[in-house]
Structures are given as structure tokens and as C-alpha cells.
Design a protein around this ligand. Structure first.
Ligand code: SAM
Length: 217
């Protein structure tokens, strides 16, 4: 059972949702095991399913992922979006980039997924092509800055998905531990922008650890 789901949902609801998730294909299942064994923070399976639905539904061709880790989300996005889609995914840790490139090669997606070893803020600042779909899953304190950088680059009906925006329920807590205040304040700012910015129509979903979902209007 995932801690994050338990924090947002009642225990039996989290168990139920986990129980109805479809079996992953062997590579994704291997990645889930690898991430668990190595303490790596890949997306929850239900969030991956949501990404796949969104990639397919939006018809995205140009996808950006902020925070690659071992390439789990990038593989899900590239597969669901189809053969004409390209994913640029950003990761600053060299060793993690190597692991991601290995899994992506094994998925047969090296020609459609480009892993850029860079700081996410710096790389987003220099991206020039319009973005059809962006998946934000990186430094929580930087979510408002990611949004500022990405919004002007979104294509006409571009979509934003962001993970962990309820942060184990702490965004709604009256008492936030001192070491979480920076992350929680940034996520509250981000969520407020997702639902109120006039350039977006957005919603925060209690999926996984909280998923923000918005489309440019
Ligand atoms: C939550 S994980 C991403 C999971 C991935 N999106 C998935 O779907 O499985 C966040 C990743 O962001 C990376 N990261 C942390 N700080 C970063 C930064 N400043 N720039 C780029 N990547 C960063 C971490 O090394 C980590 O691998």
C-alpha cells in the first residue's frame, strides 16, 4: 500500500483502487520493483494511468516531463501518445539519467524520448517549441516557477499535469511541520494558480498524492 494514497484516501478506498489497477507490462513492472528496491520516487501506477489517458485524449505531439527519475512516466507518456509524439524529459542527476536512458532504450523509445541532463528551471527557460502536454513532477518548491516558465509556451489547447500537489494532505493542514513549510507554501500557490489563472481551466484531483490538471483556454 502506498503511503501517499493512504494519506489522502481512507485506507479501504486506497486498497480498492490499487486492487483494480491493471497489471503492468513486464518492463513497467520491473521498473516499479527497481524503484522500490532503490528508493526512487517514480509516479504511482494510478497517476501513470491518468497520464496515459491524458496523453491519448489530448493528441499531444510535443510532451515535456519535468523530473525524469528512471524514465517511468516518460515511457508511459510516449507509449500512450503514439508514434508521432516526442517527449523531452529533464533530470539533473547524472546517474539517474543513465538508468533512465537504459530503461528507455529497452522500451525501444530512444528515438522519441530525449533525456536532458539539466536543472529543470534552467532547461525550461531555454525550451522554445510549443508544448502540448507538460508533466510537472520535480522540486515542489519550484512548482510556481515551473508554471510561470511553461504557461507562455503551452500550445493552444496545451495541458498541464502536476503530481504530489496535495503533498500527503499537508497543503490542507493547519499545522505544517517547519521542514515542510517551503514545499507546502509553494504547492498552495501553485494549486491556487491552477484553478484561478485566467489563462487556464484547471482542477485538483485527489488521485495518488494529488494531481493538478489544467488546460490552456
Ligand atoms: C518524482 S521524481 C520524477 C518521477 C518521474 N516523473 C516518473 O514519472 O516516474 C523527481 C526527479 O526530479 C529530479 N530532480 C530533482 N531536482 C531537480 C532539478 N533541479 N532539476 C532536474 N531534475 C531534478 C530528481 O533527481 C528525481 O529523479
Amino acid at each position: 500500500m502506498k503511503d501517499a494514497s493512504d494519506a489522502i484516501l481512507r485506507h479501504e478506498q486506497a486498497a480498492y483502487l490499487e486492487g483494480i489497477e491493471p497489471a503492468r507490462d513486464p518492463l513497467l513492472a520491473e521498473m516499479e520493483t527497481w524503484a522500490k528496491d532503490h528508493g526512487q520516487p517514480i509516479s504511482d501506477p494510478e497517476v501513470a494511468s491518468f497520464l496515459a489517458v491524458t496523453a491519448r485524449l489530448s493528441g499531444a505531439r510535443s510532451i515535456v516531463e519535468v523530473g525524469t527519475n528512471i524514465g517511468y512516466g516518460a515511457i508511459v507518456l510516449a507509449r500512450a501518445a503514439g508514434p508521432d509524439a516526442r517527449v523531452v524529459t529533464i533530470e539533473n542527476d547524472a546517474e539517474t539519467v543513465g538508468v533512465a536512458r537504459g530503461f528507455i532504450a529497452r522500451a525501444g523509445l530512444s528515438s522519441r524520448i530525449e533525456v536532458r541532463q539539466a536543472d529543470a528551471l534552467a532547461e525550461l527557460a531555454v525550451l522554445t517549441d510549443p508544448i502540448d502536454l507538460v508533466y510537472v513532477d520535480c522540486v515542489k518548491e519550484h512548482y510556481p516557477a515551473y508554471l510561470d516558465l511553461v504557461l507562455p509556451k503551452l500550445s493552444e489547447r496545451g495541458v498541464i499535469v502536476a503530481d504530489n500537489v496535495l503533498w500527503k494532505g499537508l497543503v490542507a493542514a493547519a499545522d505544517v511541520p517547519a521542514h515542510e513549510v517551503g514545499r507546502v507554501q509553494a504547492l498552495r500557490t501553485f494549486n491556487h494558480a491552477i484553478v484561478t489563472d485566467s489563462r487556464l481551466r484547471g482542477v485538483v484531483l485527489p488521485l495518488g498524492d494529488g494531481v493538478a490538471y489544467a488546460v490552456r483556454v
